[in-house]
Design a protein around this ligand. Sequence first.
Ligand SMILES: [Zn+2]
Length: 355
Amino acid sequence: MLLPRLPDPVPPAQHEIAASYIGRLARLHGLEINVLWRCATEREASGGMRRVVVPERLAAITGRTAHSLAGALPELRTPQPDWAMFRHQPQPGCHHCNAKHPGGEVIRILPHDRYVCTRHQLWLCPSDADGHTTPLDALPEIIHAQRRHLRIVQRYGWAVTYDAVLTGILICGQLWSLPENENGEAWHEWVRRSNILIPPGTAEATFSVARLCAAVYPEAVALASLFASPHWRRRAERTALDRHLFNAEIAKRLRHPGYGQHENDPISHWANMTAKRPPLTPIRIHDQKHHLRKPAQRTATQRAQQRHAHAFDPYHRAGDALTAHRHLATVFRRAWHPFRSHTLLPNGDSYYKFS
Ligand SMILES: [Zn+2]
């Protein structure tokens, strides 16, 4: 079939989903989205009802090579990418970056490691944490943490980094919920940052789990670079001297001179139980059949968010909303209660089913 070339074939955005790109092309040319979608797709080979994009057709419509389209659109890659490397839900990303892409909303499927647009200094909420993107003008340490996060990925790969960063966020959330006198300087930083991101008295309008995630992100990444490192993983589980050095490093990263006096804290638990285990892979993987979240799920999320907003107090158990959130579900599978070791399984295993 000869396909007409569009007069204004704008380029796709990086990590854009194909449906978003085709939708923008259609709007720009005043075409019905379904008409252009049918031009660029065919029924999947398995005989199902779903239609899949044919790279050569999209190339013919846009005058761009299939290779260059696949560079931006992960769904067009052959072989298909490892979808576990990406977040399971597409999201708009940075609206400043999107502004240069005409034709309406841009929806992207971002890799797990994108929390900040460093160019526009904007916090991109994780796709499964409700909340608007948030300017970070007053919090440069969060932008630095994103760069450090990407360096961990370069050094240790996405899978180890994904587990390490989520574990870091979970542990920071748990520490934030402990009383002030059991924490170091980091606890005060979380309160300070949350007071900027969720100004006192405005929680009903400004609270989001994504912003709590931003508040702990610098320390979460500082811990993650240690959790991801084979050197520190070995140190964590070997001799008493090694553990002493490990604890001293944690104390430095959390600016907590007293760290290491108790055996029963989340990081000690990680050192005892998790350091020797391989990284956990995401529970939920991107499914191209379901680009949009179901309305019922969104409602449930909003209700939970409102409950947490109502109860939010940065000085009292503020990490609870973070540790309970499904963004951390992958690592929550091996969660524990730091002060009730009997919740571990009888065989000493700390894993339990997360539902
Ligand atoms: Zn941007």
